[in-house]
Design a protein around this ligand. Structure first.
Ligand code: SF4
Ligand code: SF4
Length: 526
């Protein structure tokens, strides 16, 4: 697409006006429009944008994307296939937000643009339906050549299955991931490949034609039980209860990385938290919102607010960066809902990432020694989405024996980005290669990162390069350290007693040293 930078007010005289959207977030005089207008087109964000770095195209940069959004809102650009492509090419890493001197909230903008695309797609689908049903044979509004092409019905079906059936239902997720684990562990996977069946399926004319190898490699070694049950609804605090916290178990985290959820609950408990994991909680809606399904995302947000409100927790904790970033923006998502706006604001004020939470309280330092060299990768939605940079590093540094080494470009997207690595495989691959080149240089035995998507993506890179490295969540490392210290084997009462004894001993030593110093001074004076 070749669009020059033309100031918005010049549009009336230099370009043909088209009808701007009348419904959806990319209209003029909306909240989103005000956010768009914050961009001063300075271009400071360009060097931080992964898609701009790979493609070198202005329209695939943050500034270019914002320009296109404004052009749509002003009626200078239609939502065409090209517009859709540029919006969908964005990995949503929000690195541009961190770089922006003008405070542009690009995450909200790209979500709004994708919501607008879905609204336009539905409108086109309705028009087409009207056209086929019409006796006159004329559509009510002609579909112009530049509007986005209608989505094929298999793609539409797949989309509806993913967003409406799979993600919101724990049962559906359990069955699907259980099937995947069975496929991997029963030997069926090897058989399917050896017999050539995989290639046949991979080449069928489906929306995933030729693209099945990557998701299969990505999901290799899904961990945990085949059909995991629910986490306990209430896990008591180990020792004295300091907080009552809600725990969001997530979708992918609970199905593929159940052990990380269990480790997180133990770590919270070891830090004086009574952990409530409501069985009725549902998907946070992050993938819906990133994929333009904002209405569905709002329904999921309302459900989670209803569920967690009933438990009256001090904080609500999440260990997945992508979900956390969305959960912390429920107030924005539901700002126009009179019944939920205030409740969403309260919910958001209680939301904490687990690294952020642990560093904000008096951390239990009964940590045992772990001999590991660890490099930390910043998940985009933790660093750029939630501005959490130091806390995970501080937690890792607090583990005795652990050496934290630098990972060059740790703030650069690994190419995972929700389901981006599956839908935009080529770009996802290029970003992973760049990440892995830096990972190799660290010489670390462990790569730590706090997002399931990044963990799967980097683990795939590690396997493909045959590196002797483990990919772990910081909570797994803390959990390991508490285990080494023997904390978990202590009865809850003894943890309190041990802590008190240690405090008493420290106070005793301090008072002793002080008295000794005073006596010594007096003697010297004499
Ligand atoms: S979110 Fe990331 S990929 Fe998208 S425009 Fe911003 S920096 Fe580029
Ligand atoms: S840095 Fe911010 S203000 Fe400057 S072009 Fe990028 S988004 Fe716009």
């Amino acid at each position: 697409m070749s669009l020059e930078f033309i100031p918005a007010n010049a549009a009336d005289t230099t370009m043909t006006r088209i009808t701007p959207p009348t419904v959806g977030p990319l209209r003029r005089n909306t909240h989103t429009y005000d956010l768009i207008r914050q961009c001063i087109h300075c271009g400071f964000c360009l060097p931080t944008c992964p898609t701009y770095a790979v493609l070198g195209v202005e329209m695939d940069s943050p500034r270019g994307r914002i320009y296109q959004m404004q052009a749509v809102a002003d009626g200078r650009l239609e939502i065409s296939d090209e517009f859709v492509e540029h919006m969908n090419c964005c990995v949503g890493c929000r690195a541009c937000e961190t770089a922006c001197p003008s405070g542009v909230q690009f995450g909200k903008l790209i979500e709004a643009a994708r919501e607008q695309i879905q609204i336009t797609n539905s409108a086109i689908a309705n028009e087409e339906e009207e056209y086929t049903q019409s006796n006159t044979g004329f559509p009510s509004m002609p579909v112009t050549a530049s509007q986005p092409s209608a989505i094929s019905w298999p793609a539409k079906l797949l989309r509806r299955f993913f967003f409406d059936i799979m993600l919101p239902s724990r049962l559906a997720l359990t069955v699907i991931f259980g099937g995947l684990k069975l496929y991997q562990r029963s030997g069926l996977q090897k058989l399917v490949h050896a017999s050539g069946l995989f290639d046949i399926i991979n080449n069928l004319p489906t929306p995933f034609k030729g693209k099945l190898s990557l998701p299969e490699t990505l999901m290799d070694n899904a961990r945990g039980e085949i059909l995991p049950g629910l986490l306990p609804e209430v896990t008591p605090a180990l020792g004295h209860r300091r907080y009552r916290v809600g725990f969001i178990s997530g979708c992918i985290m609970d199905q593929v990385f159940r052990d990380i959820n269990e480790a997180s609950v133990r770590v919270l408990s070891a830090n004086g938290c009574e952990v409530i994991t409501p069985p009725q909680q549902g998907c946070c809606g992050a993938l819906h919102i990133h994929g333009g399904e904002a209405e569905r995302g709002r329904d999921l947000a309302r459900h989670n607010i209803d569920v967690f409100e009933a438990y009256n927790c001090d904080f609500v904790i999440i260990n997945s960066a992508g979900c956390g970033s969305t959960l912390k923006e429920y107030d924005h998502l539901l700002r126009d809902d009179p019944a939920y706006a205030e409740r969403a604001r309260v919910f958001t004020s209680k939301m904490k990432d687990i690294n952020e939470f642990l560093m904000s309280i008096d951390l239990n330092r009964d940590l045992g020694e772990i001999k590991r060299t660890v490099a930390y990768h910043d998940a985009c939605h933790l660093l750029h989405g939630q501005k959490i940079k130091q806390q995970p590093r501080q937690l890792l540094k607090s583990i005795p024996g652990l050496t934290l080494v630098d990972l060059k470009e740790s703030d650069w997207c690994c190419g995972s980005a929700g389901v981006y690595n599956i839908t935009n495989q080529e770009m996802g691959r290029q970003l992973l290669e760049r990440k892995m080149n830096n990972v190799v240089e660290t010489g670390a035995s462990t790569i730590a990162t706090a997002n399931p998507g990044c963990m799967m993506q980097i683990a795939m890179g590690v396997r493909e390069r045959g590196l002797p490295m483990e990919v772990m969540h910081p909570m797994e490392l803390l959990d390991e350290s508490y285990r080494v210290s023997g904390l978990y084997s202590m009865p809850a009462r003894d943890v309190v007693v041990t802590r008190r004894q240690r405090q008493t001993l420290l106070v005793g030593v301090g008072v002793g040293l002080l008295l000794g110093a005073i006596l010594l001074r007096r003697r010297n004076k004499k």
